[in-house]
Ligand binder design. Structure first.
Ligand code: HEM
Length: 527
């Protein structure tokens, strides 16, 4: 462009002053061309963006046009509002939105959601874009089809009831410790209600880390991961800037994940050494190393077929996915269940009665799987909390190849397809008065129990939640022990029942509680 301009100058100067006008004209023409080029380019890009949106949207519910060119409702997605999701679900069985180049299709209908969850030929989980960077592309959760299925066969054995029984003493130990901690915190605050959102995240993180890594992980390491884990969640917004820039949320998230995985790698080696010496399995890592050990040293079909030697790095990445999958969802469940039980003393009373009964009136009896199986009412309360406030309201998948979701709509390859869990769990045909908390709806043979297809709390299909039995067992232990040994009060605010979306869902006022010690037999408060 510069050469072109200087040539023009030479031509103009050689033709004298009468050419001044021409000189001006030519210069402005050149400026005009630049501007014209820019405008043409922008118009082309905006037009392409709108046409691409229309072609992919077709008959779906959603904005008629992409009102904010290119970015779409990106700014809204930075601060997602639960009410906007509800609006989207109510707008149609399939609705859409386009953010930057991403075309997102949301399925609110139960059967369509199930169809997507089960369509591994057409879709694979996509979490959010940045998750691949944080969890690392080599992570097993990003495997697909047979490779995923084979890997999962190895992992399934770590979360069966038999395996979970081995981790129970660790879970109980952490619960005991945190009961004291919550009471102490409340005492320091003169039993005035205070925010417990962070404490709920911390106790769940501590329970997970002890169950996963046993005694190989130190108290300090647990505290550090629990404190920092928040940064991982904060990094996982639905849409992020495409590259990780230093000192941004995603940068801090990745740093936290890398630190945790380094710790897990060391724990994995310790577990391998422990098992090789014939040590007992007391945590997930031990159980996994035992499976690996047996695959090398035993001759039975199952040992050889499903298990192989996994590197410490692989184990650390997988254990991080367990933490990743569990942390936000379990913290969400904890917040809601503590809030609801404080607000519903009738329900809490029934739990207490049952907890004493299953322990034969010996409150110090250790928890066992057999005991948990007898906690019918407590289990119904956990299920109802999961239905009433499902931690995971939807699960993003990505379309691998054009997917005929309905007879009239084919989801294009590359789009994000999101089956929703919430609407099926609030379906009035299956759950009468769906916005009321009614644990009794979970009695054996009742409508809720019969309509298993609506139970999308843990997804369904090849990626169904690996930790679902673990969740039920952990919460029966947690709630049972807190109900017996503590009394907690909830300060109800106008925001308590409002839903904040932070990866999962939480009470908008961050949960104001106080805890006091309680005599499990007499119910007397001990100050
Ligand atoms: C209240 C707590 C939890 C809820 C509501 C929950 C829910 C879910 C949901 C909806 C999915 C997606 C399923 C699908 O795509 O079909 C999922 C996947 C998964 N969950 Fe959970 N989860 C919880 C706790 C846990 C815990 C404690 C663990 C680990 C111990 C865990 C491990 C996983 C894993 C590894 C996956 C991915 C499985 C795969 O891709 O094969 N989850 N969970």
């Amino acid at each position: 462009m510069d050469t072109y301009n200087s040539t023009l100058e030479q031509v103009v100067s050689s033709t004298g002053s009468s050419n001044t006008l021409l000189q001006k004209g030519l210069f402005s023409l050149s400026e005009y061309s630049k501007l014209q080029l820019l405008i043409t380019f922008l118009v082309a890009v905006f037009t392409y963006d709108q046409i691409a949106y229309q072609l992919r949207k077709r008959n779906l519910a959603g904005p008629a046009f992409k009102w904010y060119p290119i970015i779409g409702p990106f700014l809204d997605s930075l601060d997602p509002k639960f009410e906007q999701y509800v609006e989207k679900w109510n707008s149609g069985k399939l609705s859409c939105v386009s953010i930057f180049h991403k075309f997102v299709i949301i399925a609110s209908d139960r059967d369509l959601a199930r169809k997507i969850f089960q369509a591994q030929k057409f879709v694979k989980p996509c979490v959010v874009d940045v998750a691949v960077k944080i969890l690392r592309p080599t992570n097993w959760v990003f495997l697909d089809g047979k490779a995923h299925l084979d890997y999962r066969k190895s992992l399934n054995g770590l979360f069966t009831k038999t395996a979970l029984e081995q981790y129970l003493p660790h879970i109980e130990e952490i619960v005991d410790k945190y009961m004291d901690k919550f009471v102490e915190l409340s005492k320091e605050n003169n039993y005035e209600p205070q925010v417990f959102f962070h404490e709920m995240r911390e106790i769940l993180c501590a329970i997970s880390l002890r169950s996963f890594c046993g005694d190989y992980i130190t108290e300090d390491q647990i505290r550090k991961i629990a404190d920092d884990y928040y940064l991982v969640t904060a990094a996982l917004e639905l849409v992020n800037f495409p590259i990780i820039l230093p000192y941004t949320k995603t940068w801090y998230g990745k740093k936290t994940a890398d630190n945790a995985m380094k710790i897990f790698e060391n724990c994995a080696q310790m577990a391998k050494d422990h098992v090789a010496k014939g040590g007992k399995s007391i945590c997930v890592m031990d159980a996994w190393c035992k499976l690996m050990y047996d695959s090398k040293n035993k001759d039975d079909e199952t040992s050889r077929l499903y298990h192989r030697e996994f590197t410490n790095r692989e184990v650390s990445e997988a254990v991080f996915t367990f933490l990743f999958a569990s942390q936000d969802a379990s913290s969400s469940l904890a917040c809601w269940i503590f809030q609801i039980l404080a607000d519903r003393p009738d329900v809490l009373e029934k739990i207490r009665t049952e907890q004493l009964k299953v322990r034969d009136n010996k409150p110090d009896e250790s928890v066992s799987i057999n005991m948990i199986d007898k906690m019918e009412y407590t289990n119904m309360v956990i299920k109802e909390t999961l239905r009433y406030r499902p931690p995971v309201i939807m699960v993003p998948y990505v379309v691998k190849k054009n997917f005929p979701v309905t007879e009239t709509y084919t989801a294009p390859k590359g789009s994000m397809l999101i089956p929703s869990c919430y609407p099926a769990l609030h379906d009035p045909e299956v759950y009468e008065n769906p916005d009321e908390f009614i644990p009794e709806r979970w009695v054996e043979g009742g409508k809720a129990m019969q309509n298993k297809k609506n139970w999308l709390v843990f997804g369904c299909g090849p990626h169904v939640c690996l930790g679902q039995t673990y969740v039920m067992i952990t919460f029966a232990t947690l709630i049972g022990k807190f109900a017996l040994n503590t009394n907690w009060e909830h300060k109800v605010t106008p925001l308590s029942e409002k839903i904040k979306v932070f990866a999962t869902i939480f009470p908008k006022d961050d949960l104001l509680l106080n805890f006091k010690k309680r005599d499990p037999l007499t119910g007397k408060i001990i100050e």
